[in-house]
Design a protein around this ligand. Sequence first.
Ligand SMILES: Nc1nc2c(ncn2[C@@H]2O[C@H](COP(=O)(O)O)[C@@H](O)[C@H]2O)c(=O)[nH]1
Ligand SMILES: [Mn+2]
Ligand SMILES: [Mn+2]
Length: 294
Amino acid sequence: MARRISSQGKVTISVDEYSSNPTQAFTHYNINQSRFQPPHVHMVEPLPYDAPKSVGHTRFVCVSDTHSRTDGIQMPFGDVLLHTGDFTELGLPSEVKKFNDWLGGLPYEYKVVIAGNHELTFDKDFMAELIKQDYYRFPSVSKLRSEDFDDVQSLLTNCVYLQDSEVTIKGFRIYGAPWTPWFNGWGFNLPRGQSLLDKWNQIPEDVDILMTHGPPLGFRDWVPKELQRVGCVELLNTVQKRVRPKLHAYGGIHEGYGIMTDGYTTFINSSTCTVSFQPTNPPIIFDLPNPGNS
Ligand SMILES: Nc1nc2c(ncn2[C@@H]2O[C@H](COP(=O)(O)O)[C@@H](O)[C@H]2O)c(=O)[nH]1
Ligand SMILES: [Mn+2]
Ligand SMILES: [Mn+2]
């Protein structure tokens, strides 16, 4: 049982019995609960860019995984930009500056950004380990002096940067976290199970919008070349059973670009880059009614 309700009515998520094998988890929950198919789950067509925005709504523009390839991206009208990580290849300060300049030229009232596994310099523990190693997997990153990247976040002057933290914008509580299940030893990688659940447990109950780098299990997390589901089971249980945001925005699995809903939360994988790192998937827009309809 992945969910428990305490005497104070608080929901506690525990590690799922299928946590370490998301493909098996998907099959099990689909066969036994139809959890990932209609009527519980539906695909959603993206809103056309020329759709009028209703009065009392905020338009969010979701992008992800731009990987230092922002030059040709056509950005639509909107109020708040959400970028869910992998804005660089390696987190080099030069790349972060270029990304920040791009953000500076965009017309949105607010821009909110989280890191992904490619933002190596943003992960202090990763960098501490990398520096200790006597072989260099990422030569251009290993060459950096610590004073070049210690304060790399401060290069992001044109956005709000979230890392296990939240911001309230236009009345929406937005929480962001960069962690993804361990895969090839990149930044912000953690083992599936309790380590990731500890991070998800930091997400407050009342957030309206959750930004993570990677997907939850079953929602745009399919990797065709490996015939595998790779989304995080604990993230799914946290989103559906405890936090229940109106919007869960992420990227991470480039092949999973698209939108789904479980009837309450809309799940948007807005990976701009395709699996071959071509920045051709368009930004996805999404309108939400303003909290309290303010
Ligand atoms: N089997 C898995 N494949 C993964 C995972 N995370 C990412 N990927 C694959 O790599 C690309 C690019 O990801 P990036 O982080 O390097 O930009 C992604 O689209 C997948 O094909 C994973 O956890 N398992
Ligand atoms: Mn990516
Ligand atoms: Mn990634």
